[in-house]
Design a protein around this ligand. Structure first.
Ligand code: FAD
Length: 484
């Protein structure tokens, strides 16, 4: 069955979000706006997107300059290369330097640096990190093999006896070898087939062994690396690079969230059922405007209860952030999301963020929001705040799966916006509800609009392809995946 609903009344200021108040008791630290459904006036949409100057090209250029500097360091410190042994060793040393640089870049991508998080977006960074990780692990393995082979050729001995010498007589090399195996192990458990079989948390905590690997491998670079042995300046700048990224990780992943916890005092106000398996959690706090969170962004939430404190999970804001209240909405997909329905008012929360580049700058174009399933959450927040003419298209497999229907209809009515619910399986509908033809018929002038897509990854790929086929230029298509 297809259900298309459209609400359309004269436009009104986009200022007020009909923010629904939680039904349950406000708890010990009652929030001043928790008593009634008073409208929250959201922050105005920025003229420009934050960190708009950060693009894939900028990141690639900075990374490329670093790689060229590393090659220059090797070139400068490598005398004439001659003979098979010399070539093998030289190539092994160059790959070792590139691997040492590569791990720093990989960690920097995940250091929660605001220009990257808000300019590029966490999901894109995670994809780069995963792709780069595969290259770095391959380079580490090639480095080890070439060095051993090269040394063996130069010393006229066998590869096995050269390996034994390096491992027994050079403790730094032994530590680096352990580090190499750790990195290889992390690479293997991160492969799609292995990762699917692991719980997310198991994979995540195994992944943290990367830090141990980096620490173990560090000293061998200076102890045996030809580029560093004779150059204090090279050792200084190399150490400075590692130290800068280590400080950034500690600052942005640990200190900033703890400081925000102390300053904003995030506390659960209440939990509300939104439909089968979907709940909203209302989180109060003070000075929340200082966070400068925007509709479309997400936080990593760590609820300080006995069973949930040890893991943080990403959830998007499902309503425009207020000055003292935030709302997230979670679909019950596993242990964490299920446990969230049991949260009690008064539970303290560590919120890390805001993150994400899935935000809208001011634009003269109309806006189309395309939601699939629980991907409605960030789009619901944007729907009530974007100033341009907005059309929301919400794809759900059944009527029961539609969340926020009353809110969406109320916002559409108040704003003169349009909302379409595309409900049913393909078989029931008799075709693809997100086909280029259907999208064009719902949104006249589609190719002139900015389009924001959020939903399961399969739905995102299909929607992006359909939008391209419908003539929407790639630069006008923005999407966020709920999978890292
Ligand atoms: C940027 C972003 C925004 C999101 N916003 C929402 C939202 O508004 N509403 C909503 O319902 N869901 C949202 N999600 C998905 C939500 O984070 C996962 O469904 C949730 O973490 C599942 O955890 P679980 O223990 O309940 O299920 P599990 O069965 O443990 O996990 C199910 C899947 O969720 C992912 N996942 C699990 N834990 C984490 C984690 N700590 N960090 C990242 N991914 C994880 C993994 O892909 C895993 O396969 C968002 C995800 C991302 C990346």
């Amino acid at each position: 069955m297809t259900s298309l609903t459209s609400g359309s009344v004269p436009a009104r200021s986009a200022g007020a979000d009909p923010y629904p108040a939680p039904r349950r008791s406000a708890g010990p630290r009652a929030h001043r706006s928790a008593g009634g459904p008073g409208p929250v006036v959201p922050r105005p949409v920025r003229d420009k997107k934050e960190y708009e100057w950060v693009s894939a090209r900028t990141v690639l250029a900075v990374t490329g300059v670093g790689a060229v500097a590393v090659i220059a360091l090797w070139w400068h410190s490598t005398p004439d290369v001659s003979g098979l042994g010399g070539w093998l060793t030289g190539a092994g040393e160059l790959l070792g330097l590139l691997a040492g640089y590569g791990v720093v870049v990989l960690v920097a991508l995940m250091a929660r640096l605001p220009p990257l998080e808000r300019g590029i977006g966490t999901d894109q960074l995670a994809r780069w990190h995963a792709m780069g990780g595969r290259y770095v692990v391959s380079v580490v393995v090639a480095h080890g093999l070439l060095i051993v082979w090269g040394y063996a050729v130069e010393a006229h001995t066998g590869v096995v006896s050269e390996t034994a010498i390096l491992l027994t007589q050079y403790p730094d090399v032994l530590m680096a070898t352990v580090a190499g195996f750790l990195l290889l192990g992390v690479g293997i458990v991160s492969m799609r087939a292995a990762r699917r079989r692991l719980r997310y948390e198991t994979w995540y905590y195994l992944h943290l062994y990367t830090y141990l690997a980096i620490a173990l491998a560090f000293s061998h670079q200076f102890a045996v690396g030809a580029s560093f042995i004779g150059s204090l300046a090279a050792r200084f700048w190399w150490s400075a690079m590692y130290a800068t990224v280590a400080i950034a990780v500690l600052w942005y992943r640990v200190a900033v969230p703890l400081r925000a916890f102390a300053r904003h005092r995030f506390t659960v106000i209440g939990v509300k059922s939104e439909g089968p398996g979907v709940i909203s959690v209302y989180i109060g706090g003070s000075h929340l405007d200082e966070l400068a969170a925007e509709p479309g962004q997400f936080f990593r939430w760590r609820f300080l209860t006995r069973s949930l404190w040890w893991s943080s999970h990403p959830y998007s804001l499902s309503a425009a952030p207020g000055t003292d209240i935030l709302r997230i909405t979670a679909k019950n997909l596993g242990d964490h999301s299920r446990a969230m329905s049991q949260l009690q008012p008064g539970t303290r929360v560590i919120a890390e963020g805001p993150y994400g580049a899935f935000t809208a700058g001011r634009s003269d174009r109309g806006v189309v929001l395309l939601a699939g399933g629980v991907g409605i959450t960030p789009l619901r927040a944007m729907f009530s705040t974007l100033p341009s003419p907005v059309t929301l298209i919400y794809r759900a497999s059944s009527e029961a799966d539609i969340v926020f229907r009353d809110e969406l209809d109320a916002i559409a009515t108040a704003r003169g916006a349009r909302v379409y619910y595309l409900v049913g399986t393909r078989a029931e509908i008799g075709g693809d509800p997100l086909s280029p033809r259907m999208l064009r018929s719902l949104v006249p002038g589609l190719d002139q609009q900015e389009v924001y897509v959020c939903g399961p990854s399969g739905m995102i790929s299909a929607a992006v392809e359909a939008l391209r086929d419908a003539g929407v230029p790639q630069r006008q298509i923005h999407f966020e995946s709920f999978e890292f």
